[in-house]
Design a protein around this ligand. Sequence first.
Ligand SMILES: Cc1cc2nc3c(=O)[nH]c(=O)nc-3n(C[C@H](O)[C@H](O)[C@H](O)COP(=O)(O)OP(=O)(O)OC[C@H]3O[C@@H](n4cnc5c(N)ncnc54)[C@H](O)[C@@H]3O)c2cc1C
Length: 494
Amino acid sequence: MEKYDYAIIGMGIGGLTTGALLAEAGKKVIIFEQHYLPGGYGHTFKREGFSFCPGWHYVWNCGKGEAVYNMLKKLGLEKEVTFEKLDPKGFDRVVSKGIDYKIGSGFERECSRLSVMFPNHGKQIKKYFSIIEKFNQHKNNVEKLLCFAYIYKYLKWTLQNLFDHFQFPPKLQLILSGQSPVFLLPPNKLSLVVHAWGIASYDSGAYYPTEHFEKAVNGLFNKIKDSKKCSTHLSTEIVKLNLNDDNTRVISAETKNGEMFSADNFIFNGDPKLSMDLIGKEYFPEKFQKKLDYDYSSGVLSVFLGLKDIDLSKYMGKENIFYYSDPDINSLYEQHFAQGIPKELQLFCNAPSLRSDALCPPGCHQLVAIAPCNYQYFADLRSKSRAEYIKVKEKYADKLIDTIEEKFVPGLKSHIVLRIVGTPTTSEHFVFAPQGSSYGTSLDPANVNINRLRHKSPFKNMYYIGAASFLPGFAPIISFASNLYEKLTGDKVQ
Ligand SMILES: Cc1cc2nc3c(=O)[nH]c(=O)nc-3n(C[C@H](O)[C@H](O)[C@H](O)COP(=O)(O)OP(=O)(O)OC[C@H]3O[C@@H](n4cnc5c(N)ncnc54)[C@H](O)[C@@H]3O)c2cc1C
């Protein structure tokens, strides 16, 4: 059996980044992905000339000297895979009853705008931004984030705790938690640390790829594929990881077709709990099993629309829209997390074709929308009746589309030429996301704490990389994968 230096299970951004860096360093890498496309949640699927990316809408830390750029530079890809900055004056638009507010980059600017809007709370607003700013110091090395003494004080806090502490009025609370779909939790559930870490990136701005996320994924994938020593395997599910005689090391990976591959080291990019299924729970010490006893984040209903004969720029810009039919985000989430279609609605939408023209047939546009939803509801429907499942998900999608038409894009429905709707069960099927979880673990204080998993497994030569092992998102996982590469090789990425 041919032996590799590293076997990587999963071609999400974590697996691809680590694999590409190791391949570039001359290591012999083999990488497996059960999907027929690379990228995990960041894969690009194509229908009728439209290219859709289900898992990345906008990203962070892509500027010179920041984590994404540093990694691309290390691979010599920084000129090929480029990003455009979204409008610093406003790339997130929060809309609800009596509110239409655009959030941009630069804490100072945001702080003074909000202080003008809420003059009685100027002092507290300043304090809020000073807390967020502290988290910004570790944006290029996220692993250090949870070791940072300053955050201990806030580890058990939710965002709502901070709002209550500062006695922020409801309208200000809505603006500051307006990007809640970025975490898929309302303020009364969201870890303050995660909110602060996420919003910290807003200081230097948000990005979108010049062409498409597919270019970033393919750039990394090809680094591994084109390296003579390495081997890439799409449509290849790993069903078993075998241990050595004293159960301290992983020695081989077995595919669904019964093929066996051996390596000195193993890197697991799938959900870490799944690694327990592949190895056997009995080989995981109880203490470690506790680390893996996390709750999953919510899944989403995703709507991908292809549009024709419409000048979408008349109604939308490059920004993301966060819409809440009711300004009480906490109660809106309760409705979305319950079974069924919510009465009141929150949604996140944007038009990727207004950011890049490489995504659609000429003269067309694409619009994507998501809303948090209950996994079990759709899983039960699907197992009982496929027809009923489709009926309900399409009805839910109708509600999102009707809302976008009513509030943002008049006449939208008459321009739809392609409509694809996914639920949490779709993510479970295509990218092995358990319960369709969008961000790995739930991002509440119970699941984000100093016991967070990180790279180490109970086996000397197996490592975790991915959303559930540390933090979700394109840039954080790239940063975390760069850390792993540095630990494994002693080489520096930045
Ligand atoms: C709707 C939605 C919107 C999002 N929006 C953004 C955004 O705007 N910006 C942002 O930065 N992040 C966003 N995210 C989060 C981001 O997409 C994820 O955190 C990130 O892509 C996860 O990467 P990962 O490396 O953890 O791997 P994943 O993407 O989870 O991929 C893991 C891969 O491993 C494979 N795998 C697992 N087990 C096996 C096995 N046994 N054999 C073979 N292969 C296996 C899976 O098939 C999968 O492809 C969003 C997520 C969702 C769902």
